[in-house]
Design a protein around this ligand. Structure first.
Ligand code: HEM
Length: 454
């Protein structure tokens, strides 16, 4: 077989960096058009990385029996100042696998289903404050809901001053890095200079310190007063044991609580804001999902999570504009041939979710929001993969989809909303994520009963 050569982008590196930061989708689409399914870029300075998005290549690379890709935590060191050195995201090899096995169970199976009613109740509580006729930003609403879920369901911190304090602190801390410009302080280590409490990095570190102290105080209080009937994620993690019988240290618990907050709060909130946009932008989608929801005799969490059209809406939302464009970087352990192209061992690889989700051969008219695609066809995990793949695949993916469906269903069943956007909403980078520009303006309709034909 003739070996083909993978092309490198001809654009100068610094232009690639600027374009991929400011206009990531246009940049990726142009690269795919000019260079095909495999190309080398330099989006992070001098490091050259191979962008992969063809389902056959993903299958070959992610296939667990091949063991071609390594997903070392050392390439995620950029997250250390944010998440701490004990975070799952910066762990390597065996340590990463062991920590994952410990953190995973509360986010799956029966344990997760126990959180369903709590998620619906929190959504009702937060949405009841929406005033009829007043415009609000959908992303602010969904962030408020997912933050409350993280605090109550994951951290196990309920109402009261402690809850309010921590919620405000975390919202301010995350807000410091939510715009493309302010997020550059996380992406570019040379900007990480503590020049006092008013400098961007100084402020960031001091807030993190305050959050750390509150989390540590909570962990210590729980250790002193063990309550066996608590089922929040922190309580379960405090009891979980590694194979050698050891449990997580306080610092491990603290850093992984921050990891779950950072990985799970804004991602899910952004996906929900997009879903609310699409549902209200297309009346036939809204009608169909309301019919489905109102067909349930008792809208209990398990039944809601099994509804096919609601599920398809969530999938299509995550397909059309995946909240995360790329997985974490990977490195090839051995050389590999991808559809005739040779890739050397030791190559940095960046699997690109967005480009797979925009393939015409998989998704005809890829820029159209059509949930029916997911009813009419079953996509493989190399064709539809908003949560990444392999050994670092999103740990919260089952929980995130469950949460999305319950939050959307509760909102749709309890209040009638209206889109207040005059023009189509476009995607824009928000820190590490891709979200709707402006967050989607909506309003609550004055005193109307929710019904499918509205
Ligand atoms: C719609 C919501 C979400 C999306 C789109 C999303 C997407 C992703 C992606 C693409 C990755 C990287 C996977 C890879 O490199 O292959 C990831 C990793 C991760 N996600 Fe999510 N995520 C979401 C929600 C959540 C939630 C709710 C949690 C937990 C509460 C969570 C926890 C994590 C963790 C801990 C990792 C790192 C896994 C590791 O390093 O082993 N995510 N997520």
């Amino acid at each position: 077989m003739k070996i083909k050569q993978i092309e490198k982008l001809k654009t100068p590196k610094f232009i690639q960096q600027i374009e991929s930061t400011l206009k990531p989708l246009e940049f990726l689409e142009r690269c795919a058009k000019n260079y095909g399914d495999l190309f080398f870029t330099n989006p992070f300075g001098n490091l050259e990385t191979l962008v992969v998005s063809h389902p056959q290549d993903l299958q070959k690379l992610f296939n667990p029996t091949n063991k071609i890709l390594d997903a070392p935590g050392t390439v995620n060191e950029i997250f250390k100042p944010q998440l701490g050195e004990n975070s799952l995201i910066v762990q390597n090899g065996e340590r990463h696998q062991k920590q994952r096995q410990l953190i995973m169970p509360p986010f799956h199976g029966e344990q997760m289903l126990n959180y369903g009613q709590q998620i619906c109740d929190i959504t009702k509580q937060v949405t009841q404050h929406l005033k009829p006729g007043e415009t609000f930003i959908a992303r602010h609403l969904s962030e408020n809901i997912t933050m409350t879920i993280i605090l109550k369901v994951v951290f196990g911190i309920d109402e009261g001053l402690k809850f309010e304090n921590l919620k405000n602190l975390m919202a301010t801390w995350l807000g410091l890095t939510s715009s493309p410009l302010s997020a550059s302080v996380l992406l570019l280590p040379f900007l990480q200079k503590d020049l006092g409490a008013w400098s961007p990095w100084g402020k960031y570190l001091r807030l993190r310190q305050q959050i750390d102290e509150q989390l540590m105080a909570e962990i210590l209080a729980r250790r002193q007063q063990v309550q066996p009937l608590r089922f929040d994620v922190l309580s379960l993690l405090m009891q979980a044991e590694y194979e050698n019988g050891e449990t997580m240290s306080d610092a491990e618990l603290r850093d992984n609580l921050l990891t779950l907050l950072n990985a799970g709060h804004e991602t899910t909130a952004t996906a929900i804001a997009w879903a609310l946009y699409w549902i209200h932008q297309q009346p036939e989608v809204k009608n169909r999902v309301l019919h489905e929801l109102q067909g349930l005799n008792t809208p209990d969490p398990i039944k809601i999570s099994q509804l096919p059209y609601l599920t398809a809406i969530c999938q299509e939302t995550l397909r059309i504009y995946p909240v995360v464009l790329f997985t974490f970087p990977r490195i090839t352990r051995s050389s590999v041939n991808l559809r005739g192209y040779d890739v050397a061992a030791g190559t940095y690889v960046t699997p690109c979710i967005y480009l797979t989700h925009r393939r015409e051969d998989l998704y005809p008219q890829p820029d159209k929001f059509q949930p029916e695609r997911f009813i009419n066809r079953k996509y493989s995990s190399y064709e539809f993969w908003p949560f990444g793949g392999g050994s670092r695949q999103c740990l919260g993916q089952v929980f995130a989809l469950f949460e999305m469906k319950l939050i959307l269903a509760t909102i749709l069943l309890n209040c009638q909303l209206k889109l207040e956007e005059k023009a189509p909403v476009t995607p824009a980078r928000r820190g590490f994520l891709l979200g709707p520009l402006g967050g989607v303006k909506m309003s609550r309709v004055v005193n109307t009963r929710v019904s499918a034909s509205n």
